[in-house]
Ligand binder design. Structure first.
Ligand code: SF4
Length: 317
């Protein structure tokens, strides 16, 4: 496998009323061709901000302080908006949580697909229509030619999400960022969407960044995993390492939540993740950690190799 994307020492903050507040701390991860990287953690841990920076789609007030995002050898952080238009949708596509926010209710599915194909592939007329129909067929939309005439409201949530995936396929995107792609869907439709993503990854060697808080989906789909907490990657490991031998107490606590669901007793992680406005001293997980030591209150641990994984925890000093 060859490396297609590398995020290096990424630091991002927000300009708030009381000044600049750091949200993402020294985040590093990489993505190989045909690989699925899952980024997991509770809400507000920095998963979405880290990944939206790849597309320069950060919310107002956000500021990238330092770092590099290397895509096929070029630093995307040095790209202007015109250059980014050649990347967004065409090379790196986004599948959002709620497809209704991406599909325009006033235009047919066909119109919206053809617009994307014309913009990114430069195709028109019959040729563009053929590419659009083929893309819909690839995501298993039945009767694709007829469905081109349908409006988004005629599609279920799962079908709309398939259309978004079809747009990425029609443009030959190399990377798909799937931001909680199944959160708004019921369980059976979730499984179908994840199966389509697995299939296109294998068939077309597409790389996927999967943002989720669902470790069940991660276990079935990810090759490697970055666990985020308070804007930091606290564990970075292969699927087998993370699920068989988790290192960080936060990862272990997350895994216990799903394990207890299986035995019918739901155990949550006590406390809450810190907010961006909290002043953190030491390890940001220390107020919730059962293994907390004196040093944890003073020093923020950095990510370092622990066996075959990487973890940021003083237990391994
Ligand atoms: Fe827990 Fe300390 Fe490790 Fe933080 S550094 S996760 S507080 S043991």
């Amino acid at each position: 496998m060859s490396k297609i994307l590398e995020v290096k020492n990424l630091n991002i903050g927000f300009n708030l009323a009381d000044g600049f507040r750091q949200a993402i701390y020294d985040v590093n991860f990489s993505l190989e061709k045909g690989e699925t990287l899952a980024i997991v953690g509770e809400s507000g841990c920095g998963k979405t901000v880290s990944t939206m920076s790849i597309l320069q789609l950060l919310p107002p007030g956000a500021q990238i302080k330092s770092g590099e995002i290397i895509y096929n050898g070029q630093n995307l952080l040095g790209f202007n908006q015109k250059q980014m238009q050649q990347i967004r949708g065409k090379k790196i596509a986004l599948i959002p949580q709620d497809p209704m926010t991406s599909l325009n209710p006033l235009y047919t599915i066909g119109n919206q697909l053809l617009e994307v194909i014309e913009l990114h592939q430069g195709l028109k007329g019959k040729e563009a229509v053929e590419v659009a129909i083929k893309a819909l067929e690839r995501v298993k939309i039945p009767d694709a030619k007829e469905k081109m005439k349908a409006y988004p409201h005629e599609f279920s949530g799962g079908m709309k999400q398939r259309v978004i995936i079809a747009m990425a396929l029609a443009c030959n995107a190399e990377i798909i960022i799937a931001d909680e792609p199944t959160t708004a869907l019921d369980v059976t439709v979730q499984a179908q969407i994840m199966e389509i993503l697995r299939e296109i990854k294998e068939k077309y060697n597409i790389s996927i960044i999967l943002i989720t808080h669902d470790l069940g989906i991660v276990a079935q789909n990810a090759d490697k995993i970055a666990v985020m907490y308070a804007g930091r990657i606290v564990e970075y490991a292969s699927n087998a390492q993370l699920f068989n031998a988790p290192k960080h107490p936060y990862t272990k606590a997350l895994l216990n939540v799903i394990l207890d669901i299986n035995t019918d007793t739901v155990q949550t992680i006590e406390g809450h993740p810190p907010s961006i406005t909290d002043d953190i001293s030491g390890c940001p997980f220390h107020p919730r950690c059962k293994d907390c030591m004196e040093i944890c209150i003073q020093n923020d641990p950095c990510l370092k190799p622990v066996g075959a994984s990487m973890a940021a925890c003083h237990l391994y000093d």
